[in-house]
Design a protein around this ligand. Structure first.
Ligand SMILES: [Zn+2]
Length: 374
């Protein structure tokens, strides 16, 4: 037998490589071995029938909470991967340096889907019961965080900093300053959580550099990327121009159709579409990454543009594996199979605003490292 797995008869859609058409994908081990118009079924040990379905690079969710068994907030990445046809989750700050060895052993190394991580900065939650100066705790933690970054370059992508007052209270400003210092020393990006002020959004984005990620970028809370007239704030525009990445991070309270529409109307689409999947968002309003993609279809984005933002765009942020976020011979065998079906689909944001979509995506199958998940 030439191949282990053949994905046969599907419509390949890989916007990162401008690839679209009826193509079969053959997999050997954990790598893609061939992408051709007609690969005979007899050459593969297992055949997945993808007729009438879309075949995309394995979907990547850049913002999720998947430290299952470590935090009550987290979901099980393999369950969500199989259910949502997602092959990679990036944990956005659930675990700090102290928990990383356990997270590596019991999640990253043990699960079948892929997991990367933005490390949590400790002492960034608002803790009324423990009024110590957050700066002291951050400085005390620095050695541990820096060791974790140095020892795990294959999985630690950067730092997650909470800059929303409702989440981090007085720790917001020290969080940001600490994150900037450590990120600069190790040449890694910061992913920033925004929600409510203080500090104001202009100050937050003024600290961000090329490759840093502004998550919850279309929040309806007052650290909004638009002003009171719905226009993109000049500081946010400048940040985009110097390469700061706008990431959706939908979550339970961080996505507004209104802000999204205002940004799209000005030609300012997000760079990455992600879920902020956790136990408080997985049963609505997020459900799955594909549901979040459907919201952008409902806002008028094209199928290519939404798939790009859950494949090649987040893969560029991860930048760790050959072929991640793409369908390439010799690259990793991570593939998502989706259905593109007539609805109607009813979609809801975090403010109970709804939109209807006539034709949308439905998750079907995830193949990760050449193996069917679920
Ligand atoms: Zn989050």
């Amino acid at each position: 037998m030439t191949y282990d797995l053949l994905i046969k008869g599907g419509e390949v859609l890989d916007p990162g490589q401008n690839l679209r058409g009826k193509l079969d994908i053959a997999i050997q081990g954990a790598k893609i071995a061939a992408i051709e118009p007609d690969i005979p079924e007899g050459q593969a040990a297992q055949v997945l029938d993808a007729k009438g379905k879309l075949v995309t690079p394995g979907l990547i969710d850049l913002h999720a909470h998947v430290a299952w068994g470590f935090s009550g907030l987290s979901v099980d990445p393999d369950v969500e991967a199989a259910k949502g046809a997602v092959t990679t989750h990036v944990d956005a700050g659930t675990v700090d340096a102290g928990a990383l060895p356990g997270f590596r052993r019991f999640i990253i190394d043990a699960f079948n889907s892929r997991v990367f991580v933005f490390l949590r900065i400790p002492w960034q939650q608002h803790r009324f019961d423990a009024p110590q100066d957050p700066r002291n705790a951050l400085q005390a933690h620095r050695g541990e965080a820096e060791r974790a970054i140095e020892e795990n370059p294959d999985v630690v992508l950067g730092l997650k900093a909470y800059a929303g007052y409702n989440v981090a209270g007085d720790a917001t400003v020290p969080n940001m300053i600490y994150a900037r210092e450590v990120a600069d020393r190790h040449d890694i990006p910061i992913m920033v959580h925004i929600s409510t002020s203080p500090p104001d959004i202009d100050w937050i984005v003024s600290l961000l550099k090329e490759g840093d990620i502004l998550s919850h970028c279309f929040t309806g809370h007052d650290q909004k990327v638009v002003d009171m007239y719905g226009k993109i704030r000049p500081a946010v525009k400048e940040a985009r121009e110097r390469g700061v990445i706008l990431d959706i991070g939908h979550g339970g309270g961080s996505f507004s159709f209104k802000v999204a529409q205002q940004m799209l109307d000005q030609g300012e689409p997000p760079d990455v579409i992600s879920t902020d999947l956790h136990t408080g968002s997985v049963n609505g309003p997020v459900w799955t990454l594909v549901t979040t993609l459907n919201k952008f279809l409902a806002l008028g984005m094209s199928l290519e543009d939404v798939i790009l933002r859950a494949t090649a765009a987040p893969a560029k942020v991860i930048n760790r594996l050959e072929g991640l976020g793409a369908l390439k011979v010799g690259g990793v065998a991570d593939v998502s199979i989706l259905r593109y079906e007539e609805g109607p689909f009813e979609l809801v944001d975090c403010h109970r605003v709804t939109k209807k979509l006539d034709k949308g995506l439905v998750p079907d199958t995830a193949v990760c490292r050449g193996k069917v998940l679920g």
